[in-house]
Design a protein around this ligand. Structure first.
Ligand code: SAM
Length: 241
């Protein structure tokens, strides 16, 4: 499956993860985001979270996203919300972001840990990029149990349990300030939105075997084991002063 097509199938979602704008706001409140903050969003996708935070809390923002179409969508979304003067989106590699502006106080990594090789790499990057006392919101999949059958565990080799995530965060100098967990209903809604996008494409082109195979595969994964073993949550982390 073409990576760009997989991205496009999610492009219209408000947040490209199994969560809701309301939960992103809840995590932001736990992180104490306000007008004085400069929020760095690593792998910002089409800018849904950054736009929401800038509109709701008056913060400034910088998004980094490798996909040019996403950068364009993010800039348009942020401008439409009237925040174009406070929020910048750069096209580039979040793992090698180059010079960052002074004064970043909060960093988001929502569904983008793969840019850093997984959760451990992402938490390490958040710790390096933030100043003392900085806050981070990491949103990622987790194993709901340590007893995941190996044939499933192989499919998500960078997934960790929440207990492992907690240990990694502490090793990197963070304390865990809160968790905003998605429900199974929200996970169903997220998967269902991607299935709907696939089905719309198949109505337009019933011969598109790539989309048909992808839809079959993600439904098999989800009903076969994803729904039982995989959860999604946002972890609000605070660095030591
Ligand atoms: C699951 S989407 C989440 C997007 C956004 N954080 C959200 O919650 O709506 C992951 C995003 O990370 C981006 N990404 C992945 N690796 C990246 C990298 N190395 N540098 C920048 N962006 C990256 C992808 O292009 C994609 O837009």
């Amino acid at each position: 499956m073409d990576d760009a097509l997989a991205w496009n199938l999610q492009a219209d979602l408000a947040i490209m993860n199994p969560t809701t704008p309301g939960r992103v706001l809840a995590a932001a409140r736990l992180a104490g985001i306000g007008a004085d903050d400069l929020v760095l969003d690593l792998g910002c996708g089409s800018g849904g979270a950054l736009a929401l935070l800038a509109e709701s809390f008056g913060c400034r923002g910088l998004g980094i996203e490798r996909r040019p179409a996403a950068v364009e969508a993010a800039r348009a979304r942020i401008a439409a919300g009237g925040c174009g003067d406070r929020v910048e989106v750069r096209c580039g590699d979040a793992a090698d972001p180059g010079d960052l502006p002074d004064g970043v106080t909060v960093a988001l990594c929502l569904g983008s840990a793969s840019a850093f090789g997984g959760v451990e790499g992402a938490i390490g990057a958040l710790s390096r990029l933030l100043p003392p006392g900085g806050r981070a919101i990491l949103g990622e999949r987790y194993w709901r149990t340590e007893r995941v059958p190996p044939e499933f565990a192989r499919d998500f080799s960078d997934c960790v349990t929440e207990y492992e995530l907690l240990s990694i965060a502490r090793e990197q100098g963070f304390s865990l300030a809160g968790i905003v967990r998605s429900t199974e209903v929200e996970f169903d809604a997220y998967e269902g939105a991607i299935w709907a996008a696939c089905r719309a494409r198949l109505r337009a082109d019933p011969e598109d075997e790539t989309v048909r195979d992808y839809l079959d595969r993600i439904q098999d994964e989800y009903l076969g084991y994803g729904r039982e073993y995989v959860g999604w949550a946002m972890y609000v982390l605070e660095g030591a002063d």
